[in-house]
Design a protein around this ligand. Sequence first.
Ligand code: SR1
Ligand code: MG
Length: 394
Amino acid sequence: MAVLDNIGYRALTEESACEYVKSLKLFLPDEKMTVEEIGDGNLNYVYRITSNHKSVIIKQALPYAKVVGESWPLTLKRAKLEAEVLKKHGEFVPHLLPAVLASDEELALTVMEDLSHLTIVRDGLIQGDHYPNLSAHIGEYLAKTLFSTSDFALHPFEKKKLVAKFSNPELCKITEDLVFTDPFFDVETNDFEAELAEVVQQLWTNDKLKLEVAKIKYAFLTEAESLLHGDLHTGSIFASKSETKVIDPEFGFYGPIGFDVGQYIAHLIFQVLVRNENDRIVILQQIEEVWDVFSQYFSEAWQNSVVNPFTKVPGALESFLAKVFKDAIGVVGCELIRRTIGLSHVKDLDGIEDSSIRLYVKKATIQLGSSLIINRKNIVTISQLLKELEAYTS
Ligand code: SR1
Ligand code: MG
């Protein structure tokens, strides 16, 4: 049963999507327009509306998860929340986000700048494209959005107001279940090849691993550090060689900084594991770069912070960055595992046609994920992470 928490809600059709943007005066009344539904995500419909002089995107939430159907009801409030996260993050990095042209809470939709001249990074990486500025841009995006919405930048009243405003329990519950719980138990919605059953069984009976996952999940549940994107995988990023735009922050909420950092790194690691030796070098460099750029921008902002007197205490910055890094490594481990055996997969792995190679890589993601979760206290630099990856590449 769908959740209809907006009384005036109706799902758009291609025709009503055109009428809607005309009513916003984004197009002229008699302008000839074409429309196509281009959404390939798990949850929403995305319409691209084009005339011969402009184009826009309408993203509309459905009262259920598109990937599963009406049996998985999902709040429509997520559309407004996404528009609000785009606006808030846009205060700090407008050049790295799509412009929001309009949003409509009742219809649960956002009208945005069309980014069709860019490619979804996951698709581009799978076809071997290289985005030289990607990790520098994402490092900047992470540092500026996460620092600027934290207690290191905001008055405590303002920060707590934002924590309340960006409360997102329904979408957080999806992450709590799909990332941090279900893959570690024998749950019906898990999805993996029969040939992986033995490795998965070992995972489910590994109490040492489950204890560590419990700690990482608890941090996700309780640590309201910054306004996160909440779903920063390579399918949530558009790029070209020069430009980068982060989209889809509907899972945004106040959570631990390491979650966003770790998710991005995890999806680069999928590419490390599926590429041959020569082609993986650029991805390893991207992993190194995102952390370097993130910590550089974050450190600069920290030094200029006037809100929190403890930022001037020697060692405070290093200690906080070390915490973020450790949290991120734990998230990388959980994300590698959940995208391999959980409900929601990635094309990087499932698109490998040769089944023996696919299974080989999937065993590697499960084992690497487990090792990162268990050993995260000992992996304290990006070089140590890259060293750890070496053992899983052939
Ligand atoms: C039912 S939603 C499945 C996944 O898609 C989203 O992009 C999130 O990653 C979520 O976990
Ligand atoms: Mg998404």
